[in-house]
Design a protein around this ligand. Structure first.
Ligand code: MG
Length: 301
């Protein structure tokens, strides 16, 4: 049985005819933060409430990469290939060096502690962009309840200069983020304040200035339904692959829903991987899933 919901003919070509959704592993508490490590031919992802980062490979299955992870969530790699992770409990971003040492990159903005960095991407100029909602410090489940010292924000961190810049503060809950292939666009998911009766939940579109230091726009780009976009990735043609309540949605650069990969668990995040970056790994509730696509991920995680 094909687990596809095709809304546009283009989407029928995006998934090979005999490719099906695979459940690679399960038994986790809540999976998040997948990132492909091509040089090690493996995927790293989180079992967040269990405070550990896991490694999956075709040959070895699932093994523990790091425990404790300091309640790490979103992950990516910088342009030198080093692993960058968001830490809820540490209220920071940390980087794993080539020798395995862990470097804390950023903990504060304006003299106040960050909340709980959620997701992260690295731009081609080496700057690290991340979201900082309150989700990770609002309960004991994913890092421990702590007091917030500042509003939710979208940040750009320059590791060369050790400078952090607030890029947008008009979010209730900034979450996943991804650049378009040419980096002129930045998509950021707003997942709202869970205490609101109807939380704001949609993907926003920002225009990035040519020098990469400013954002404009920020309008609603697409509303994922059912559910909402937690994490997203962009493919080589600029299509968005977003988590949703019924699986993964593929959205064209003009905002049109092209189709869905239906997943029988709640999806949190996705990442392209495999030797051609054409396999979509899906962290979904207690499971890790994947499906081969006929599209490749954009150049960088
Ligand atoms: Mg997230």
């Amino acid at each position: 049985m094909r687990e596809l919901d095709i809304r546009d003919r283009r989407f029928a070509r995006y998934v090979p005819a005999n490719a099906e959704l695979e459940e690679l592993a399960s038994g986790f508490r809540w999976t998040e933060g997948p990132v492909w490590m091509g040089d090690a031919n493996c995927l790293l992802f989180q079992d967040l409430p269990r405070n550990r980062t896991l490694r999956w490979s075709e040959e070895g299955g699932v093994t523990v990469f790091r425990c404790p992870s300091n309640y790490a969530n979103g992950q990516t790699r910088d342009r030198q290939g080093r692993l960058i992770a968001c830490s809820h409990r540490g209220r920071c971003l940390y980087r794993t060096e080539y020798d395995g040492e862990v470097t804390t990159l950023v903990t504060h903005h304006g003299g106040k502690r960050l909340n709980s960095p959620n997701d992260v991407v690295v731009k081609s100029d080496g700057t690290i962009w991340f979201t900082d909602p309150l989700y990770g410090i609002s309960s004991d489940y994913e890092g421990g309840r702590q007091l917030s010292e500042q509003p939710p924000g979208l940040y750009r961190f320059d590791p060369e200069r050790n400078e952090i810049h607030l890029m947008a503060d008009d979010f209730d809950g900034p979450n996943g983020l991804a650049f378009s292939p040419d980096e002129t666009r930045l998509y950021v998911s707003e997942t709202g304040d869970p205490a609101d009766e109807s939380p704001r939940r949609y993907i926003r579109l920002f225009t990035v200035s040519p020098d990469g230091t400013r954002l404009s726009g920020g309008e609603v780009f697409h509303k994922v339904e059912p559910g909402y976009c937690d994490g997203l990735r962009v493919d080589e043609e600029g299509n968005l692959w977003s988590s949703a309540g019924d699986g993964v949605h593929c959205i064209a650069p003009d905002g049109k829903l092209l189709g869905k990969v239906l997943v029988p668990h709640t999806v949190s995040n996705v990442a392209f991987g495999g030797p051609h970056k054409s396999r979509l790994f899906i962290t979904a509730s207690h499971a890790l899933c994947a499906i081969f696509l006929n599209r490749r991920g954009c150049a960088w995680p």
